[in-house]
Each structure stands twice: as structure tokens, then as C-alpha cells.
Design a protein around this ligand. Sequence first.
Ligand SMILES: [Zn+2]
Length: 193
Amino acid sequence: MAAALAMALFRCFGAGRTAVGKGDDSEAAGAEHAAIRVASAPYQGGGNLPHDATAETLKPATPYLKRTGDGRPFLQGSRCRTCGETFLGTRQHCARCHARDSMELVELGSHGKLYNYTVVHRSYPGTTVPFVSAIVDLETGGSLKGNLIDIDPDTLSFDMPVEVVFRGAEIANPAGRGFISHFFIPAKERQAA
Ligand SMILES: [Zn+2]
């Protein structure tokens, strides 16, 4: 149950979605968001986050959340050696140029832009609401869904810079073992290179 829930919550989006025209849709999407946000309540953050994300006992909530040898969590993707397109997770073939056996595993970056979002006010029993379900396009390529936390929903804006963080999720398996998941937070100022 917990694993299925995690997969539903953190379902990834492939490159096909980015082919959708964003400019023409943003006005309609904005109206939809306004309707959703009518009943907004004081935002409590991303729910209870009781676990230390660095705790290595936490199980990754998604198959593309990996750890380095020293335990640092990161998002893993696949990059096409033929056309350079990057996707979330493991791929055998490129969905852009259709090259076969041309994919290499890469570590995805920790910064991106908010592509779209929904403020969720009703969810499964035990899940803290409201929370912001977001789709983020990473700077390194790859797009994914996750919860945007540490932000007032009234301050959300499309294309705002966000950062990937890893924290304990408010879900656990029947044995009580916790999960680590990716979340998004508003990006902090970055030092010029
Ligand atoms: Zn390709």
C-alpha cells in the first residue's frame, strides 16, 4: 500500500509532456488554479517530516532516488549519447531520437523551474493538507513531480526557481519503516560562478 501510494504520488513524467505548448495553456491553467485555491487555509508545510533525510535506514520512495557511496541522496536520470536528451530514471532507448542502447546513467541536478502545480486540499487519510503538488523541469534536463514545501501557496508562480531537497516522507511501510523522498523548496540565492 505504502509503495503503491508512493508511486502514485511521485509518478514521473517523460519528455513527451514537454511537447505540450505552455504559452497558450498558461492562462487557462491559471484560472483553474485560482478556482482550486479559493478555499486555501494557512499552509503547514509539506506535512510531518519526522525523519532525518540523512538517515540511511530510510528506504527510497522512488526507484530513481539513489545514494552515493557516502550516503548522499540524489536523483538519477538517463542521458542520450546520440541527441543529448535527458530523462528521469533508467531508460533503455531514447524517446526523443529513438536511438537504441544509447543511454547513460547521470546524476540529475538540484535546481529547476516550476512548470506547473496544484494545491491539494483533500488527500488520503493521514496525509497532511493542504500541500502543493508540483511538476518541475530540472536545469540538467529531466522533469518530475513532487511536493513543493516551505512556501505559501499564494506566492507560487510559474517558472519560479526551485531547489531539490531530500527529506523523510510522512509515509511508512506496515513495519513502520520510513521512506526518503525528494521535495522542492523555493531556490535560495546562488553565488555567481
Ligand atoms: Zn536521443
